[in-house]
Design a protein. Structure first.
Length: 491
């Protein structure tokens, strides 16, 4: 499908975007991306190899060293990022539909993603003119000041669960700080990243400032991580892959930020509004079919209200049925791939074998009367203990593990009994308790009487094996800049 975007010939998705041009993969290989609702092929996508990554990094390095972006007035960089936000917003419905087809999530959720992606570009457009250093009163007749400067070439590797949104979370602050970027989207969901490349070209990004290479993580992603001309890797994905990236990046001592897995506790006290808590717990685990690093996959309920809340959730889960993801009324979509389907069904079987009590769901769901695509029934287990595998490992699917607790101390102990620390929620009408719990839970984001709100202005990241570094907000600027200290002898 060939179209014209601001004078740039666009042949997505079977081409890479390198140095401001759409090019074939060096080896000519392609791979298929599919619609998860049906398993049908959507498109053939260019499969980048090490030679393509070399070309993309060279284009990004050339763009950075030649200075067309870094020496551009900050106000002009801001205008281009703002224009990208406008274009993302103008194409909201088209981009949302593309995300639905490639990822499988319901249209309503995809529309939220696109709106938040535009918000990220607008927020960081505002920072372009506010990146400043300090004047420091050091000893002696000396002027000492600092400069906040870009790192250089950023390799951004994003996951498949929120494709365009995760790309925006990395590309927007990296560009605002005057870096150049090589973006490697997940092989399961490459299409919206290619659209973002076209949007950047239309908005006025100079050639080489934003490059997109589609391909497999173990080939293209690994080549990006190992590349000596990449100054920074920004990664969102599994903890296992994050460990590998840390090891590989050590060879070139490049900077790394990691947003990894989670096993978030969603804690409901007996004084909570149970209807609100049920809605929050339901959204916390079944939003995006549970394919969220922040998913509230461990529901901790005070024993006195445990059964009542469990019944409310089970009733809701039984009513949640597969539907056409492009239908605005659909509230749950399929998993992203057959591999993910088999993984989640394996965990459900693990829960059964461990003795957890199945309250709802528990199997593959039919879509339009057939077992096709990658659908899993919304699943709830009760009688789960912290020792169960389904309470310890990240499932990344619509599977909820419900556990009772006795008091505040018990809740804190169970909540923190995990290697992860990305997010948590607390449901209570006791304000003092809410503040106490927020301090005691080991997680980067704490929600009180709500679940899942995020904003481009508020920092996001994890404790423990959920990674390090903070995306979003002013904190993200530290991920994409370095500080230079300048000393001038005035004597």
């Amino acid at each position: 499908m060939a179209t014209e975007v601001a004078g740039v010939e666009r042949r997505a998705p079977n081409r890479l975007f390198i140095g401001g041009e759409w090019v074939d993969a060096a080896g000519g290989a392609t791979f298929e991306t599919v619609h998860p609702a049906t398993g049908e092929t959507l498109a053939a996508v260019a499969e980048a190899g090490p030679a393509d990554v070399d070309a993309a990094v060279a284009a990004a390095r050339r763009a950075f060293d030649e200075g067309a972006w870094v020496r551009l007035d900050a106000a002009d960089r801001a205008r281009i990022l703002w224009r990208m936000a406008d274009l993302v917003e103008a194409r909201r419905e088209e981009l949302a539909r593309l995300e639905v087809l490639d990822n499988g999530k319901p249209l309503r959720e995809a529309q939220i993603d696109i709106t938040q992606a535009a918000d990220a570009f607008r927020y960081y457009a505002g920072w372009c003119t506010k990146l400043q250093g300090d004047t420091i009163p050091v000893r002696g007749n000396v002027l000492n000041y600092t400069l906040r400067e870009p790192l250089g070439v950023v390799g951004a590797i994003i996951p498949w669960n929120f494709p365009l949104l995760m790309a925006s979370w990395k590309v927007a602050p990296a560009l605002a700080c005057a870096n150049t970027v090589v973006l490697k989207p997940a092989e399961q969901t490459p299409l919206s990243a290619l659209e973002l490349a076209a949007i950047g070209a239309e908005a006025g990004l100079p050639p080489g400032v934003l490059n997109v290479v589609t391909g497999y993580g173990e080939v293209a992603g690994a080549a990006l991580v190992r590349h000596p001309d990449v100054d920074k890797i920004a990664f969102t994905g599994s903890t296992a892959v994050g460990r590998t990236i840390m090891r590989e990046a050590a060879e070139t001592l490049k900077k790394v930020s990691l947003e990894l897995g989670g096993k978030s506790p969603n804690i409901v006290f007996e004084d909570a509004d149970l209807e609100e808590a049920a809605r929050g717990a339901f959204s916390g685990i079944f939003y995006n079919a549970g394919q969220c690093c922040t998913a509230g996959s461990r529901l901790l309920v005070q024993r006195s209200v445990h059964d009542a809340l469990l019944e409310k959730l089970a009733e809701r889960a039984r009513k949640l049925q597969p539907g056409d993801p492009l239908d605005p009324k659909t509230r749950i979509g399929p998993l992203v791939s057959r591999e993910q389907l088999e993984r989640v069904l394996g965990y459900i079987e693990q829960g059964r074998s461990e003795g957890a009590r199945l309250v709802a769901g528990g199997g593959q769901a039919a879509y339009a009367g057939e077992l096709r695509g990658y659908w899993v029934e919304p699943t709830i287990f009760a009688d789960v203990t912290p020792a169960h595998v389904i309470a310890r490992e990240e499932i990344f699917g619509p599977v909820l593990a419900v556990m009772p607790f006795d008091d505040e101390e018990d809740a804190v102990r169970i909540a923190n009994e995990t290697v992860y620390g990305l997010a948590a929620a607390i449901w209570t009408s006791n304000l003092k308790r809410a503040h106490r719990m927020a301090r005691r839970i080991h997680a980067g984001t704490i929600w009180v009487n709500t679940y899942h709100p995020l904003d481009a202005a508020s920092p996001f990241g994890g404790y423990k094996q959920s990674g390090y570094g903070r995306e979003l907000g002013a904190s993200a600027l530290d991920l994409y800049t370095q500080i230079k200290s300048v000393w001038i002898d005035l004597s």
